[in-house]
Write a protein that binds this ligand. Structure first.
Ligand SMILES: C[S@@+](CC[C@H](N)C(=O)[O-])C[C@H]1O[C@@H](n2cnc3c(N)ncnc32)[C@H](O)[C@@H]1O
Length: 232
């Protein structure tokens, strides 16, 4: 059967949102306040936020690391889940004005900074080694769940470092927008492939530390998908 129902993917997502996602003033405010401050509308969809929250619960995660905060929309979903377990969200953002908006949004959503969430300012490749030092010094716990949602160029380096920062067996590393990246970098599809870069999926496939899969999604963000890895 042809995937004719994909034509209705946006309506389906809206139907799901109406019936399965409770309206939360803090999350609605985060979207509106981000828009007001000129932040691009590239946060996860509401349904994906709920999915990430359920996945965090399912994995039993207490300490979540997010790379790429933007206005803190996905941060709120994570922090609500980790807060309920006595844990914490740590997020990294390179842009100071976006970080400021994220801090406002977390506060309005009832998330205490820094006890329930921290937004660290800087380039992830500079911040991640500092987190590793703090973990080694015993001043910071290891992470059970890492959400990678920043620049595509460094995805493999983030992934590699994230495995090292994770608690170990059963920890989850989730990389967003991997299907868009597969298409846009010409690994599959009509674009010309950049042969100088080994794509994330191929590197992860050779990484003996994890078991991973990519799931394609269709919804408010059209055709996309994520890579999810579990540490062995
Ligand atoms: C797709 S947005 C994150 C969306 C957010 N996770 C959400 O769903 O609400 C990506 C963010 O990563 C940030 N970013 C890009 N490169 C970065 C880097 N090298 N280090 C840290 N953050 C970075 C961007 O400024 C942007 O705000």
């Amino acid at each position: 059967m042809p995937i004719r129902t994909a034509a209705h993917s946006i309506e389906i997502e809206s139907y799901v949102e109406t019936h399965l996602v409770q309206q939360q003033p803090g999350l609605i405010h985060a979207r509106e306040n981000s828009l007001k401050h000129g932040i691009p509308t590239i946060a996860v969809s509401t349904v994906q936020g709920k999915f990430l929250s359920l996945l965090t619960s399912l994995s039993g995660a207490q300490n979540v690391l997010e790379i790429g905060t933007l206005g803190g929309y996905s941060s709120i979903w994570f922090a609500q889940t980790t807060k309920a377990r006595g844990g914490k969200l740590t997020s990294i953002e390179i842009d100071s004005s976006r970080r400021e908006v994220a801090l406002q949004n977390l506060q309005v959503a009832g998330i205490n900074v820094p006890t329930e969430a921290e937004i660290l300012l800087g380039a992830a490749l500079d911040v991640l080694p500092k987190l590793a030092e703090e973990i080694s010094a015993g001043t910071r716990p290891k992470f059970d769940f890492v959400f990678i949602d920043a620049d595509w160029e460094n995805q493999w380096r983030y992934f590699d470092l994230a495995v090292g920062l994770s608690k170990g067996k059963g920890s989850v590393i989730y990389v967003d927008n991997v299907v868009k990246e597969i298409l846009e970098s010409g690994i599959v599809g009509p674009e010309k492939r950049n042969e100088t870069v080994t794509p994330l999926v191929e590197k992860v496939g050779q990484d003996g530390r994890v078991e991973a899969v990519v799931m394609q999604t269709i919804g408010a963000k059209q055709h996309d998908g994520f890579l999810m890895a579990v540490v062995k």
